[in-house]
Design a protein around this ligand. Sequence first.
Ligand SMILES: Nc1ncnc2c1ncn2[C@@H]1O[C@H](COP(=O)(O)OP(=O)(O)OP(=O)(O)O)[C@@H](O)[C@H]1O
Ligand SMILES: [Mg+2]
Length: 394
Amino acid sequence: MSNLSLLIASSDEAFRQMVRDSMLNLPNAKIAAEYQEVSANLHIRVLQDLERSPGAGLIVDLAADPEAAIKAIERVKQAAPDLFVIASDFRADADTVIACMRAGTNEFLLQPLKRTEFRDAMGRLERAPRQATGGESKLGKIYTFLGSKGGVGTTTLAVNFASVLAQRKVSAGLIDLDWVGNDAAMQLGAAPQYTLMEVAENLDRMDQALFEGFVTRDPLGFFVVGPPDALDQQGQFSDHQFREFATFLVEKYDAVVIDGGRSVSDPVVLAAAQVSTATFLVIDQEFPSLRNAQRYITFLMRMGFNQDQIRVVVNRYTKKINANIASLDQIQQTLNQQVFYGIPPSPAVIASINKARPFVANREQAGDLDRIFRAFVDKATGGKKGAAATNTAA
Ligand SMILES: Nc1ncnc2c1ncn2[C@@H]1O[C@H](COP(=O)(O)OP(=O)(O)OP(=O)(O)O)[C@@H](O)[C@H]1O
Ligand SMILES: [Mg+2]
């Protein structure tokens, strides 16, 4: 039986609703992802979703800004030449349709969508030759860590995640988007001279040589960039600038790890989560953290995230529960989602923070924590090469 799945890109809720309704009438059809904007880095999100839903088609609403949307389609088609793309607008003037076809669009549908035309287009999507998947995207992956509360260990997990990747010779970077906390650099004993402000100022001429020239490198090999000390500069790095920066990064590096702090509604952090392969929602077993996690998940789902983009990680996880902390079952029931991983409490964490080095840099001292954390990275990245190395070295 064939399965039909579709990615929808439109800033217009009415359009997305119309597509959802039309899909309901088709057997075995599902929406694989929705993007609430047709942004310049649409291709990054599409590639990530195609890994989860190979063979999906993409429908792009041109209405809000046809020129920008056609550019976005062009980049998507460059990144995924076999993807079946449908463009849609209220008008179908010749210039627009020709520009769409040149960008690689397969179909054009006039709005409001007509049921039969939509069904016919879906039929052509179904019959279109499917991508012989196996070719993983060449773009780097972004992983965002988001804390459901302050102090749950978001920075610790992000810092050590980037460290393990670098130890595995993955070209990686760590971006601290927690403007208030700003302590990723502190945990690494780094004192970056240049910050996200310099990134923002140089975005239009950004290239790898320039970036490598001013960015700080951890001794393990990954780059670190974060906010400036001055809190009042926060508004000067916008979500738009972040998107542009992220587009540059995924083309040049294999992995980018983000400390998103706890402000899920900060537009920059939200933009980071949107372009991430996975967002790790870091919680502990205390009820306030669980309650917030529930609010975060609800918010992210409303912003168009799938449940499998959000991965709950319980830090300082213990099976020894009491009346004040939630069990694994309680957490999973409350969040209506499986917990992705539990990281145990360990005195090695504080010891390593005091030394201003990641705990994964001192494997003997971190012991079990080190082993469990590396297994978490394996599961998170789908990497088995690292797992093998860990087992032989242990
Ligand atoms: N698995 C763990 N075992 C023991 N202590 C831990 C663990 N994870 C984090 N900690 C401790 O919890 C404290 C907070 O960690 P961290 O700064 O990483 O959290 P955060 O969520 O980023 O906090 P903030 O809200 O300040 O940004 C640190 O003192 C750290 O040593
Ligand atoms: Mg932090």
